[in-house]
Design a protein around this ligand. Structure first.
Ligand code: PMP
Length: 391
């Protein structure tokens, strides 16, 4: 008799990430992918890690290979607290296995089945995926080029567990909340007694000027803040952190213990060693300069190639992504298959919406492909759009 595996209801609800499925297609070497959210490998500080790895093994080898504290490596927690632009006690810092794990822990600690969770329109797909096994009702808050609208937040806040916000160079749109919008959103959330989960993996990747202060800095007791080393050092480290109010911290820690006991201590010690002596202050400006040049290359190519087409796009002030809206009648998901035939890939916007999707939207990454590849890919994308409009 075959063994009858009965799936849990939550497993029935899990879906393969639309983005990961697309990435499989784009692994073909003849396709230029503007789809993935992959930082440029040129920016990974391989030499610094080689030196730190040797040093950690030589000086703390046994401790680096032993089980360790669930909260994280104390010097790294201190470094995180020192890095943030508001008063943070290192006791409030929980080192996570990527900020994606922070989203999972938050979901476990704060979401009951059918509980209401507010999100931006559109929002980070990976957060929707992390929340969904806890079976929330994800409610989309109306948003414009500066993020969520405070009036709609107030209208939908009743009984919501939290609102999930990405104020800096948002994934997927690349948009940033202005100072005025932050003040209004923070005030509206406080007036409604609505906690904020603030996700900020891209905040350091600004091009001309640093973005305004995080929402958490304005009301630390009402916010959980998520940060990541993926975009400033390397995503393969799987290293992130969260900063939580004291009342919530023990629950997040217990959830973390159940998931993986602790984040790899070897990695934490290596990163702590790499970051010594202001390494990030020298390293991150190089990433900013590279990504700014790539953004300019993409915006230039779009202006050139999309001329005469009713294609709207933004010019992000930092981060990795740019958001496009295709002409009337074009569905970006259908367009992808045609684009791949022309050796270019992007991510359709639809999966990023918790509510009704705008099928005309799509996300482009300007950091993974080189400048000549960007020029080729945008020309191919424009041809794809022209062909689709002709049919
Ligand atoms: N939040 C957002 C908005 C992201 O774009 C990503 C990475 N794509 C994550 C969280 C997860 O990042 P990490 O590598 O730190 O898990």
């Amino acid at each position: 008799m075959t063994t009858p595996w009965k799936l849990a209801a939550r497993a029935e609800k899990m879906n393969p990430s639309a983005i990961r499925e697309i990435l499989k297609v784009t692994e073909r070497p003849d396709v230029i992918s503007l789809a993935g959210g992959l930082p440029s490998p040129q920016t990974f500080p391989v030499t610094a890690f080689a030196a730190a790895c040797a040093e950690v093994l030589a000086t703390d080898g046994q401790a680096a290979l032993q089980y360790a504290a669930s909260e994280g490596y104390a010097p790294l927690r201190q470094a995180v607290a020192d890095m943030l632009p508001w008063e943070v006690n290192p006791d409030q810092v929980l080192i996570t296995t990527g900020s994606q794990q922070g989203l999972d822990l938050i979901a476990k600690v704060l979401i009951d089945p059918q509980a209401k969770v507010l999100v931006e329109t559109p929002t980070y797909l990976g957060a929707l995926q992390a929340f969904s096994p806890m079976e929330p009702q994800a409610v989309s808050v109306a948003s414009d080029a500066e993020g969520v609208l405070p009036e709609d937040l107030s209208a939908k806040a009743a009984d919501a567990r939290f609102i999930y916000l990405l104020p800096n160079f948002q994934n997927p749109t690349g948009r940033t909340m202005s100072e005025a919008r932050r003040a209004a959103v923070s005030a509206a959330a406080q007036a409604a007694g609505l906690p904020i989960v603030e996700d900020n993996p891209y905040g350091e990747l600004w091009f001309d000027e640093a973005p305004p202060l995080p929402l958490t800095a304005r009301n630390p007791e009402g916010c959980i803040y998520l940060g990541s080393f993926s975009k400033v050092l390397a995503p393969g480290l799987r290293l992130g952190f969260l900063v939580a109010p004291k009342a919530l911290y023990p629950k997040l820690l217990q959830a973390k213990q159940a998931v993986d006991l602790h984040t790899p201590i070897f990695t934490q010690r290596m990163v702590s060693t790499v970051m010594r002596d202001g390494f990030l202050d020298r390293h991150v400006p190089q990433i900013r300069a590279l990504y700014k040049a790539q953004r300019d290359a993409m915006v230039g190519a779009l202006r050139r190639e999309m001329r005469g087409l009713d294609v709207e796009f933004n010019v992000p002030k930092g981060g990795m992504f740019l958001w496009l809206r295709m002409p009337e009648g074009i569905d970006a998901t259908a367009l992808l298959a045609r684009a791949v035939e022309r050796h270019v890939a992007f991510v359709p916007g639809a999966p990023f919406y918790a509510g009704e999707p705008d099928a005309r939207t799509l996300r482009l990454s300007f950091v993974t492909a080189t400048e000549p590849q960007i020029a080729t890919a945008i020309a191919a994308l424009a041809e794809t759009v022209r062909e689709a409009l002709a049919h």
